[in-house]
Ligand binder design. Structure first.
Ligand code: NAD
Ligand code: DAU
Length: 358
């Protein structure tokens, strides 16, 4: 048996592929364009593994996707590939519409054609699992109840709007064509191999480099944080037992304000890698807010627990410690991803707070 994963060289996709091969023997065909966010170094341990077939390519390439489906006959598609960073979507939304909307459309059409030719159990058991985000639901006020699967879609950024559009396409392909889809809407992930443009790895690598720690606005925006290994376990469970046409919210039951996250990272670094110049908290800077910055996300993850028996295993305390230790012990990976293009992003987006050369 084989599954086709898209975006399996990115943060969550690669963690998923590594975990998948660690817990079972089923083959994975991994289709990834290798944008700035895709990194084959993350997959170094499985590139020679006969159970893992890596294909560099674009999900918008219908001919390529059709060919892979015919050649490998997967029983499922697990769709991670996306442009995923909100700040980049504000600087340049076009690529988000292309990959997240057009790319998902292309995959759905290819999957529909392929699934239409399957028979018997192969047809009944086929799944298209679409990995999405809690950001499609928009922003909550401090005392609002967490997002359930029934919460109205109110995306506010180009990124979340493009993900919401892709969720709607996936939903429509179920209702109109009967394609057996399942969608997961997950909160903020953190853990090993996350590209240091996102809050937690950015704070770790900036602190270690003595750069400023840019906190947007008043630092009181709230996110729910989930360790990436728990997200991967949730996806495996939804693939195994999720009901076609259903959506499942996935979260860590762990709401925290950004400034608390940054302070926690600083405290761990103070303990594990103290700086001669003093506590890392000295580097925190409150900077201009992200335009349209959503105030609060919170996930009600009771449905996936009740119906599929999934709950996160890590607490934030255990997960964040593992994460900081991972970044401290994988300096080669960290140095490698901070290439010229990465430094260009820091200076374009953060200007004088980046610490990047002018
Ligand atoms: P990421 O940016 O780290 O990785 C995305 C991967 O997709 C990269 O390897 C990139 O090369 C690949 N890709 C981009 N465009 C492509 C294209 N046109 N064709 C083929 N491959 C392409 O993203 P991530 O953080 O791992 O997120 C994975 C998925 O999970 C996304 O769909 C995202 O919306 C969703 N998600 C992320 C989070 C989070 O906190 N990171 C939370 C919930 C949901
Ligand atoms: O909620 C799920 C989403 O989480 C995913 O769908 C996205 O793909 C993922 O990128 C993430 O989006 P966020 O915008 O929440 O993540 P980010 O790490 O960019 O920011 C987290 C919070 O930290 C957010 O409130 C903005 C703030 N922030 C971020 C950066 C990069 C800062 O204060 N300073 C920063 O430099």
């Amino acid at each position: 048996m084989t599954i086709l994963v898209t975006g399996g060289a990115g943060f969550i996709g690669a963690n998923f592929v590594l975990d998948w091969l660690a817990v079972g023997d089923e083959r994975v065909v991994n289709l990834d364009k290798l944008t700035y966010a895709g990194n084959l170094k993350t997959l170094a341990g499985v590139l020679e593994d006969p159970r893992h077939v890596f294909v560099q390519g674009d999900i918008c390439d219908r001919g390529l996707v059709d060919g892979l489906l015919v050649q490998h006959q997967p029983r499922a598609i697990v769709h991670f590939a996306a442009e995923s960073h909100v700040d980049r979507s504000i600087h340049g939304p076009g690529e988000f519409v292309r990959t997240n909307v057009e790319g998902t459309f292309t995959l759905l059409e290819a999957a529909r054609a392929y699934w239409g030719r399957l028979e018997g159990d192969a047809s009944a058991d086929f799944r298209f699992l679409h990995v999405s985000t809690d950001e499609v639901y928009g922003s909550l006020e401090a005392h609002d109840a967490p997002f359930t699967e029934q919460h109205p879609y109110q995306p506010n950024s180009p990124y979340s709007a493009s993900k919401a559009a892709s969720d709607h396409l996936v939903r429509a392909w179920f209702h109109t064509y009967g394609l057996p889809v399942v969608t997961t809407n997950c909160s903020n992930n953190y853990g090993p191999y996350q590209f240091p443009e996102k809050l937690i790895p950015l704070m770790i690598v900036n602190a270690l480099a003595g750069r400023e720690l840019p906190v947007y606005g008043d630092g009181r925006n709230v996110r729910d944080w989930l360790y990436v290994g728990d997200h991967c376990a949730a996806i495996r469970r939804v693939l195994e037992a999720g009901v076609p046409g259903e959506t499942y919210n996935v979260g860590g039951w762990n709401e925290m304000a950004n400034i608390e996250i940054v302070e926690t990272v600083c405290r761990l670094l103070d303990a594990l890698r103290p700086s001669e110049l003093g506590p890392y908290g000295r580097l925190v800077r409150f900077v201009t807010d992200r335009p349209g910055h959503d105030r609060r996300y919170a996930i009600d993850a009771r449905k996936i627990e009740r119906e599929l028996g999934w709950r996160p295993k890590e607490t934030f305390e255990t997960g964040i410690r593992k994460t900081v230790e991972w970044y401290l012990s994988h300096t080669d990976w960290v140095v490698d991803v901070q290439s010229g293009a990465y430094r260009d992003w820091l200076s374009t987006h953060y200007g004088r707070h980046s610490g990047a050369p002018a």
